[in-house]
Design a protein. Structure first.
Length: 236
């Protein structure tokens, strides 16, 4: 039985609340609980999208901006980072000063109602945020709308591992160990929500179908770390 709501406006409000609440410890826990492998995942994700220096990029659910900063450090792209959580965005702005990167715009906004014109961006990325939308299909439709023709979307997300052994280990860690360790540092609700949100999210095949349904083509999926996390790319 689910402890949390996984669709609609109530989910969106809850996600906004927990990310505002855990913003102070978010970066530390990401690196600590993944043993630093999240940095490897992020770098492979960025490499998969073949950015160019002239790309206009939207980073949806940017959080504290790690993906946006990683892209900007390698390419002279124009990047906007968008998130529902003002506290997470404040952390991103603080990191901008620390890294002396002053040309990334971090704005508050809703992934399901993007404040941009049609055909605006060359690339759109979302890392570990698609699962947090109140309406995934609505979000994907918005992503399709704001991308230019032949624009590319990159999704980095936790999907169900196909290996039974790995799936069991992953599920045990996510459900039993991670929430207990995280609760020592941060809001326990956030890290109880995490494994439940993965359980209630789409499979790789279902995500591919959802992308095709809103108009994306050339959908590809690559598993990392025995399928614990996946990169999904597609083209408008």
């Amino acid at each position: 039985m689910n402890e949390f709501t996984h669709k609609g406006k109530d989910k969106k409000e809850f996600v906004k609340y927990i990310f505002n609440d855990i913003s102070e410890t978010y970066d530390f826990l990401n690196h600590f609980l993944s043993c630093g492998v999240d940095i490897v995942w992020r770098n492979k994700f960025i490499k998969s999208l073949n950015f160019s220096n002239h790309d206009k990029v939207l980073d949806v659910a940017t959080g504290t901006g790690d993906v946006a900063f990683a892209i900007r450090k390698k390419y002279k792209t124009e990047i906007i980072g968008l998130d529902l959580s003002v506290n997470m965005l404040e952390k991103a702005k603080q990191k901008s000063k620390k890294y002396k990167i002053d040309d990334i715009s971090f704005i508050e906004g809703d992934a399901e109602s993007l404040p941009f014109d049609d055909n605006t961006f060359d690339k759109l990325v979302i890392s570990y945020g698609l699962r947090n939308l109140g309406n995934c299909e609505k979000g994907l439709s918005e992503f399709y709308r704001v991308l230019k023709p032949n624009g590319k979307i990159g999704i980095l997300e936790f999907l169900h591992p196909k290996s039974t052994i790995i799936a069991r280990i992953f599920k045990f860690y996510f459900n039993k160990i991670l929430p207990r360790v995280a609760s020592l540092f941060s809001n326990s609700k956030a890290y109880r929500y995490l494994p439940e949100s993965v359980e209630n999210f789409l499979s790789a095949d279902e995500l591919k179908s959802a992308l095709n349904k809103v108009g994306f083509d050339d959908v590809s999926s690559k598993n990392m770390s025995f399928g614990i996390t996946s990169i999904v790319n597609a083209t408008k």
